[in-house]
Design a protein around this ligand. Structure first.
Ligand SMILES: Nc1ncnc2c1ncn2[C@@H]1O[C@H](COP(=O)(O)OP(=O)(O)OP(=O)(O)O)[C@@H](O)[C@H]1O
Ligand SMILES: [Mg+2]
Length: 409
């Protein structure tokens, strides 16, 4: 995570943190849903600085239900935040699996949940926690992860989400020793994530997500993609403004070049990050490869120039797919990634257009492969390139394979 160099205004931090302590007792004792149905105007992320308490903020929420939980309740459902319940850990802190029974709250059904716990020694803090509540407490969509509730006790900050059975796209796409993710699944995920991003951009008050990457795309059991982690989200420009200016934060490799250079942020910065993820889906390779020489580490720099060339394109599509993808559609996806990754923000497509294009590319029937086939090769594997006669991709019949391991993915 690239950290912002500027420090947030002191009054803002202090007043909100203090006010959270102040309202703590009411948060603890209550079992009420803090988010009320209503027809209020959606609260902006910039309003965080003006708000005096998390309860004041919650009063402005519309149409969603968020529950407050005590630390003890969340400790109990995660078996005292045990290691065996640990799902992963990011910049905010560790994430644990828990299970709610139907007696915990009236109206809250029995379900598995993911509990994210703020690391008190980490870089993130109350503001990121609050941003998550402000965005996910007010915006609900099939492609945004559902926030069920939160806990605010002393300095502790926790968030409770619906449990996403397949974890993050990062874990699924780059997992070793498992079958390659089929083409149709990749396209389903790309479409779902695009819909989530388009929804944010098209909201009455547009939201710039700012942290679009494979680890923030969560997958449920049928690979429906949902965006998570809104700690870096920003309100989009309003009125005559074309961009907002903000300190540079995000993750190396995913942030748009103009944003890194100038701090100017637009929804098109998200489109660039989307292009990066699309490239990772196409190639099965990570955005940064620190094992390569410095000049070759960036996937975008390495691969973007090849996307427009039909012959070269086939050398970069994930070899683990073993030709199980539709050639014409793959070209369209590559062309889309190329546009999203344009250096000129205005040349990038809007996310609504990305959704339209991806919607038309969903019909490929993968041929079922065995569950434990693993083939991994480098971009430059000559044996495989020889199969791709004349640069054109020949669809290979699936063969019964044993576990094969050839090089690193
Ligand atoms: N709702 C959820 N359901 C299931 N697993 C989850 C859920 N939320 C997070 N996880 C798991 O926890 C891991 C850590 O998530 P988190 O968002 O905190 O960090 P990250 O995305 O890996 O890093 P970063 O801080 O840069 O965003 C994820 O990769 C995922 O495997
Ligand atoms: Mg994350």
């Amino acid at each position: 995570m690239v950290q912002c160099k500027k420090t947030p205004k002191k009054i803002t931090w202090k007043s909100i943190i203090l006010s959270c302590y102040k309202t703590n007792s009411s948060l603890q004792e209550t079992e009420k849903e803090v988010l009320k149905q209503g027809s209020f105007q959606r609260l902006s992320l910039s309003d965080i600085t003006k708000s005096s308490s998390v309860e004041d903020i919650s009063n402005s929420f519309t149409g969603s239900k968020l529950y407050t939980f005590t630390l003890e309740e969340l400790r109990e459902v995660t078996h005292n935040f045990s290691r065996s319940n640990l799902l992963g850990e990011g910049g905010f802190g560790p994430v644990y699996k828990g299970f709610f029974d139907d007696k915990l709250r009236l109206g809250l059904e029995a379900q598995p949940v993911a509990v994210k716990v703020l690391d008190l020694d980490g870089f993130q803090g109350h503001m990121e926690w609050l941003a998550e509540i402000i965005v996910l407490g007010q915006l609900r969509h099939p492609h945004l992860v559902k926030l069920i509730g939160y806990c605010c006790k002393d300095e502790h900050r926790l968030l409770v989400y619906e449990y996403m059975a397949r974890g993050s796209l990062e874990n699924q796409l780059f997992r070793r020793y498992s079958a390659a993710m089929p083409w149709s699944t990749r396209m389903k995920i790309a479409l779902g994530a695009a819909k989530g991003l388009a929804f944010l951009h098209e909201a009455d008050k547009p939201v710039i997500y700012r942290d679009f990457k494979t680890s923030n795309i969560l997958l449920d059991s049928d690979y429906t993609a949902k965006l998570s982690d809104f700690g870096l989200a920003k309100d989009g420009p309003e009125g005559e403004d074309t961009h907002i200016t903000t300190c540079i934060m995000g993750t190396q490799g995913y942030a748009a070049p103009e944003y890194i250079m100038t701090g100017h942020l637009t929804t098109m910065s998200d489109v660039y990050s989307f292009g990066v993820v699309l490239l990772e889906l196409l190639t099965g390779k990570r955005v940064m490869d620190k094992t390569r020489p410095r000049r070759e580490q960036s996937l975008v720099e390495r691969v973007r120039p090849l996307l427009k060339d039909q012959r070269k394109l086939y050398h970069v599509i994930d070899l683990r797919l073993e030709g199980q993808f539709p050639a014409k559609e793959a070209q369209k996806v590559a062309a889309l990634a190329y546009k999203c990754l344009s250096h000129h923000p205005k040349s990038r497509p809007m996310m609504t257009d990305v959704v339209k294009i991806l919607d038309l590319l969903q019909d490929f029937d993968d041929i079922e492969k065995g569950p434990f086939v693993y083939v991994a090769m480098d971009e430059g594997d000559d044996r495989d390139h020889a199969r791709r006669k004349g640069g054109k991709l020949k669809e290979r019949k699936p063969t019964k394979k044993k576990l094969q391991y050839r090089g690193t993915p």
